[in-house]
Design a protein around this ligand. Sequence first.
Ligand code: PMP
Length: 363
Amino acid sequence: FDHRIYNFAPGPATLPEEVLQRASKDILNWQELGTGVMEVSHRGKPFMACYQEAITDLRELMQIPENYEILFLQGGGIGENAAIPMNLMGLAKKGPQADFVVTGTWSQKSIAEAAKYGNARLAASSKEQQFNTIPENANWDISSDSAYLHICDNETVGGLEYGYVPNTNGIPLVADISSNILSKVIDVSKYGVLFGGIQKNIGPAGMTIVIVRKDLIGHAMSITPTVWDWKIQAANDSMINTPPTFAIYLAGQVFKWLKQQGGVAAIEAVNRKKAELLYSILDQSSLYDARVDVTYRSKMNVTFYLKDESLMDKFLKGAEDQGMIGLKGHKSVGGIRASIYNAMPLAGVEKLANYLLEFERKA
Ligand code: PMP
């Protein structure tokens, strides 16, 4: 084993090699403690310092204003689909209610989960367009009686990304950024809540980041589990229970790596270049079919189909033979998906680009 392959999996996903090298040492012996990072108390000095550094670095990278709390929780995006309504729906004046814009698999799951806790209103949907676009913001049916409006900023399955901050008629905007957190500059002050699991653009599975405006904390329903009550977690450095220490450590290492790359704006420029390279090939092709509305194409998950679907296995096998894996589309939609998160180097995308051209030539 002398080289790593290019892994285009949607998450868990490829991580920066330098970070993994460093982690492999720290797993055995962290900070010369004679014991590994996974084996020390979350309340001890070394780990608390590591946690604080991760919080500080994330705040710096995303320029998170001081009136926002950063929580490191568990339960993933699916968990937050329940935690968010439980923490926020109580803010609605006439009983628990929130609005949702459904643009694919993940926002569909969010509205379904929220319906367990209150009135989950459909403000807009692109289901009739096979989730290949985002409904025009001006046409959303937003209720001023709703506690918040939920969007999925990047639909990982469909390969659809907003690229702008929608208008919500003044109610707080909640955005699922599981698959594009830290991939581009985000104006945090425009959102009430930003949340996502870290297993795509940051680290291993097991940790969920919730960035929440402080005035939105403290309204949880009485049924809210303690581990998901933002007020309790905020008052306890997200350690009311044992936190996912290794995930926090590794996320912290990735934050440092990202700072070394020049930060979010610098990686955004690379991400744009990577995505444009693939889309430009898809657009000129008579074999590949990229169906997402050009305006809303994701820079993280590039999805497309083979016009001749019988070539699918050959395509995937050929890619694997050249050291590229994880390209099979989600089972619910089929096709091909190249997930090109921050840690996927430009060289990996160039290799895939060449393969796309070569495969079409030979097809
Ligand atoms: N939201 C988005 C946008 C996702 O991509 C995913 C995972 N693929 C989820 C939510 C669910 O996250 P988890 O599996 O961490 O609960």
